[in-house]
Design a protein around this ligand. Structure first.
Ligand SMILES: Cc1ncc(COP(=O)(O)O)c(C=O)c1O
Length: 459
């Protein structure tokens, strides 16, 4: 296949969902009524929805068939064993605790190990991870390598942890105050960038030296494994499941959102080796999610995930996934649109701070750009910048490390012509970027403000 340039989706369409075409005027009315927040828009008013790749993918024929096998027994359902088997085939941790999605796994884990005085380092915390750490009174610290904070810096593993900074950090804070070290694969908030096996090994060695456990936030583990296979010397041609198992072998546990590389619409889990910690987490699971053999999930969801985990490590799927995301990013870069380089696995990140240098970070250039893409072309992206990360627990505000707009690609959902349309719209908006104005927040909640804040355009 590689002699042909066109990226062919490795599937045929089996059932279709209509997309409603809207006019610019309709979209302008919709976004105004939504307080200029794309999370408040009715999804029927969106043409190409790139808000998130989380739970928005298309399930396969075999996943829908697996759903028919869903057994809803309260305890010990065969669907639980199918799920457990699939998870442990890739992540052989002793304990697997099913949750309704990733943040529930985070909430349970950090409720047990977090708390005031504790600090949790990560390459970059995702928003829900940071919020769940801070909710317990603990501090969340990001220690990605310096290249990971520079949108245009080229590095094959830009999601890597800054190992020297981690070492200094553990020396200064003292291992007793650091209950866990987290590594997010791929690094979503830092541009969907991968972490190398070499980096995971180095982090592992430091964790061993200080006696601190290492956990993976493994939402996009298959995409990370694909990057290892294609970029890290010595891994060419290795089977993806083998690489995944090696990543898992370097960790003591993981949190997971099956809405990403579980290829499911809902689900997640917490997995770990430590018996005592697992017992504490399970007790909390029973209180907040459900019995340990279903967690927050129906038997049919467990079946869909079990099948999704087999499909996500297929080479044809991953090749298409990574090359089709790169197709979007490279077309935009060639057109002169500043994007985070190299292109990540699940999304293309527009560098709104570079594209709108006349809009200061505290006037939210990412929000202004995301709104313009919606108004002009009905494309819904997501601000990942000062709106998402600029407000601190004490209520103060400062610019985030970067102001990005993430165009996240749902799995197996859009075709290449949808992507060509996105390229056309983004180029059109980028050419007119000097005309865009910033925004101000008129109403916001104390945490995770990007989901519900209301804005007003400036000038
Ligand atoms: C890196 C990362 N961690 C955790 C989560 C939280 O997962 P969920 O949305 O299933 O709660 C996400 C979701 O986008 C994520 O990207």
């Amino acid at each position: 296949m590689e002699r042909w340039r066109t990226i062919i989706e490795p599937f045929r369409i089996h059932s279709v969902e209509p997309i409603r075409l809207t006019t610019r005027e309709e979209r302008l009315r919709a976004i105004e009524a939504a307080g200029w927040n794309l999370f408040n828009i009715h999804a029927d008013d969106v043409l190409v929805d790139l808000l998130t790749d989380s739970g928005t993918g298309a399930m396969s024929r075999d996943q829908w068939a697996a759903i028919q096998h869903g057994d809803e027994s309260y305890a010990g359902s065969p669907s639980w064993y199918a799920f457990l088997h699939s998870v442990q085939a890739l992540f052989p941790f002793r304990h697997v605790i099913p949750t309704h999605q990733g943040r529930a796994a985070e909430k349970i884990l950090f409720s047990v190990i977090g708390g005031p005085g504790k600090t949790i380092p990560n390459n970059t915390h995702f928003d829900t991870t940071r919020a769940n750490v801070e909710f317990t009174g603990a501090e969340a610290v990001d220690l990605v390598i310096p290249e990971g904070r520079q949108p245009s810096a080229l590095h094959p593993f830009k999601g890597n942890m800054d190992v020297a900074a981690l070492e200094r950090f553990l020396e200064e804070r003292g291992a007793a105050n650091v209950p866990v070290v987290f590594v997010t694969i791929t690094n979503n908030s830092g541009g969907g960038q991968p972490v190398s096996l070499a980096n995971l090994r180095a982090v592992r060695a430091i964790c061993d030296r200080f006696g601190v456990p290492l956990f993976l936030d493994a939402c996009r583990f298959a995409e990370n494994a694909w990057f290892i296979r294609s970029r890290e010397p010595g891994n060419e041609g290795r089977p993806i499941p083998e690489i995944v198992r090696e990543m898992a072998s370097l960790a003591d546990g993981m949190t997971m959102s099956a809405k990403k590389d579980g290829l499911a619409n809902i689900g997640g889990w917490l997995a770990l080796d430590d018996d005592r910690l697992a017992e504490q987490c399970r007790n909390l699971l029973i209180l907040t999610e459900g019995f340990p053999t279903y967690g927050g999930l129906a038997g049919r969801d467990l079946e869909a995930i079990a099948q999704g985990l087999r499909e996500v490590v297929e080479e044809d799927y991953l090749r298409y996934r990574i090359t089709s995301t790169a197709y979007l990013g490279e077309a935009l870069a060639e057109a002169g649109v500043p994007v985070v380089q190299p292109i990540g696995g699940h999304a293309v990140y527009l560098d709104a701070r570079a594209l709108l240098p006349h809009v200061p970070p505290l006037e939210y250039p990412g929000q202004a750009l995301a709104v313009a893409l919606y108004v002009e072309g009905g494309i819904r992206g997501c601000e990942i910048g000062t709106v998402m990360f600029g407000r601190h627990p004490d209520g103060s505000e400062s610019p985030a490390a970067m102001d990005l707009v993430r165009l996240a690609i749902p799995r197996r959902t859009y075709t290449q012509s949808h992507v060509d349309y996105v390229i056309e719209v983004v180029r059109w908006v980028a050419e007119r970027a000097p005309e865009l104005r910033g925004m101000r927040i008129v109403d916001e909640p104390p945490a995770l403000r990007h989901f519900t804040a209301r804005f007003a355009p400036l000038g």
